[in-house]
Design a protein around this ligand. Sequence first.
Ligand SMILES: [Zn+2]
Length: 284
Amino acid sequence: MKNECYIVRDLLPSYIDQLCSEESSRFIEQHIATCEQCAELLNQMRVEFDIQEQSEIPARIEQKKPFQKIAHFFNAQKNFTKFLSIFFWVALIVTIGFFIYSLNVLSELNDEREKTQVIEQQKQDIMEKTFSVLSTPVTIDEIALQAIFQEYSGQLEQLAVFSTENIDEDDVIYLQEGPKNFFPIDYSQAELIIGENGKIIETIIPNDYDIGTVAMANDQWIVQYEYQESYLETIENAHQIKHYAPSNWTVFQLPIVFIIITAFILGGWLIQKRITKPVENILD
Ligand SMILES: [Zn+2]
């Protein structure tokens, strides 16, 4: 064994672990090429090294396991965050959709409410004007009533005045509260009936539609008018809106519920993001 052999054998473990400098590695390789004994020794050491490596693999896997579990956990967290973000955007879009829809419903509803108010105001106006004519008793001013009728000739079928004397007292008290939808009083009892062409003297068959007739009383007189057939649909709509229209709260119920749901999802998403942020880069 040459002197060189001792040096080479000292260096072999480092050479196998690839820890030698380039010069040392070249020196070893040159020596091995010419020295059978050192070459033999290197082979033996390599075989041993491989066996050692093999036996270490299961141990390394065991070491890796807890980290794999943690990685798995954080990956699940990351997926959950992603799911929440998608869920949030979908909920937001649905909320905006419902909100726009509700705004449309509200705007239509407000239009209907305005129309209803106009009709309600009109009822008051017709009654006020008629009673102001009737406030000078003794005889009824037929021409003045005709003028009032003409003002509403697009809506009214006929306008009649009755004396309270012939009418049931309970009905009179009820009608003194204001303009009411009323089952028509028999026109044969009327003091005066005005129609399109002035005073009506023919027999009138009253409208049987329960909201087509409006009546109101003071101590002395009852005024009763009927709407024209063609105006009844408008009256019916106004009646529906006045008594059965949904409140603004009801119109916006769905979007409000969805805003709350969306806010919860957003909250969950932001919390999840904070949890997963510190490990995001490590996992990528
Ligand atoms: Zn040698």
